[in-house]
Each structure stands twice: as C-alpha cells, then as structure tokens.
Write a protein that binds this ligand. Structure first.
Ligand code: DC
Length: 228
C-alpha cells in the first residue's frame, strides 16, 4: 500500500491538529504536532529560567538545546502525549505562559534546525501527517499533499477561547484575540522559515466548514493521490 507524507500548515487555531489526527487515524499514519515541539522547547527555557516576559537568554538556550529530549508517546487512544525529558507536559505546553513566548523561541534558527532534523527523521518512512508552519515549505518540500489552512481571526479566537475555558483556564477573549493575531504577525514576518503558503499547497478555509465536511473533502484529495 502506497504511503505518502501529508503536510498541513496554516495560522494558529485553524484546527490543523484536529484534521491531522483524523487523517492519521483513518489512514493509520503517524501524527506529529510540530508546534508542540516548539512549545516544549519554550517550556524547557521557562523552567530553566532562560526566558520570561522580560528577558531571553538565547545563548543559554542554544548551548543547552542538546539537553532537550522531546518524545511523543501513545497512551490509550491518544497518539500524542508529549514528554519533555521524561515528564508528561501535554497540558502545560498549551497554557498562556508558553503561548505568549513560543514565537520568540520558534524564531531562533538553531532551535529550528534541531527540530527540523528530528521532524525529517520521523517522516523518513512516509505514512505521516505533520502539522505546523513550515512543513510544506521547509520540512517536507516534496510532500505528496500540502494543505494550507486558514479561517477568520474571530472564528479562531472563539475556538481557542472555548478550548482554554473548557480546561478551566481563566482567560479573557480579547487577550486570546491579541495572542492569536500577534502570533500570526510574528510567524508570518520572522526571518527564518516564515509561515507562507507553499506554491503547490491546497488552501482550506474552514470558517464555514464543519469538521466532517472538511475531513471528507481532504480524504477525497488523499484518495485521488493514492490512486495515481
Ligand atoms: O501550532 P501551535 O500554535 O501549537 O504552534 C506554536 C508556535 O510554534 C507558533 O507560534 C508557531 C510556531 N511553529 C513554528 O514556528 N513552526 C512549526 N512548524 C510549528 C509551530
């Protein structure tokens, strides 16, 4: 059975990981959330005191980057439980503290080089769905299917707000909106691997699509490619 690489990029909170997980499950592929890897490095930097909202000791982070061990493990039917140096951090990396600092960490070329190397290793046997910002442009430029996801900032803020409040985090709608739009700006304007649409990516604007409609549409794309 032919296996392909599916690269999903796009703005934050467009539902990339929901779609990627659905596809991975339907196709029995590996799912990798590359954003979680940047978040894990950010959490490491926070815990080591290398970064805060006032300072960022980039040299300290870079010289310790080899000490950051990131692993995804399958637990029950959750394929993406994230471990940072053997400690389970799946929820911690989603908090506002990490969210507010992750763009700074993701802008460091050395951090990107290390993570991209890991990501390519994960995809060496294909049969993988990876989501992020540079998957179709940098990590897997030869991916058979590239999807660029987008939705209005208002729709995305509502989704993130609902996700955080469901977890019991006290958040303000405007703060979430500000976080999402400022990350869009930083992700799209950074010098190294900015978020851009690959020339051969298919655009998926899901502001008006249900999850099922979106999944069915993408499975049609996948099946067409697999039949070629
Ligand atoms: O997808 P996310 O919101 O969890 O990503 C967290 C941050 O990491 C986001 O600000 C963009 C950055 N990122 C990146 O630069 N490259 C990737 N491949 C994935 C995420």
């Amino acid at each position: 059975m032919k296996k392909i690489i599916i690269a999903i990029d796009g703005h934050s909170s467009t539902g990339k990981s929901t779609l990627a997980k659905q596809l991975a499950e339907a196709l029995d592929y590996i799912y990798v959330d590359s954003g979680a890897m940047y978040r894990a490095v950010t959490l490491y930097a926070l815990e080591q005191g290398f970064i805060s909202d006032k300072k960022f000791d980039t040299d300290a982070l870079i010289s310790n980057i080899e000490n950051v061990n990131i692993e995804f493990k399958k637990e029950g039917n959750n394929p993406t439980v994230l471990f940072l140096n053997n400690k389970e951090v799946s929820s911690k990396i989603r908090g506002m503290e990490v969210s507010n600092l992750v763009s700074k960490v993701a802008a460091l070329p050395l951090v990107r080089q290390c993570l991209v190397k890991e990501q390519r290793k994960m995809g060496q046997h294909k049969g993988i769905v990876m989501d992020g910002r540079d998957i179709g442009t940098v990590v897997f430029p030869d991916a058979a299917l590239k999807i660029f996801m987008t939705a209005s900032a208002q729709t995305r803020t509502q989704r993130r707000f609902d996700e955080l409040t469901a977890k019991g985090e006290q958040v303000d709608f405007d703060e979430v909106y500000e976080n999402i739009t400022s990350r869009d700006h930083k992700d799209s304007t950074r010098a190294d691997s900015p978020l851009t649409q690959a020339k051969d990516a298919r655009v998926l604007d899901n502001s008006q699509l249900t999850q099922n409609e979106q999944f069915d549409l993408v499975m049609e794309w996948v099946n067409t490619i697999l039949e070629q």
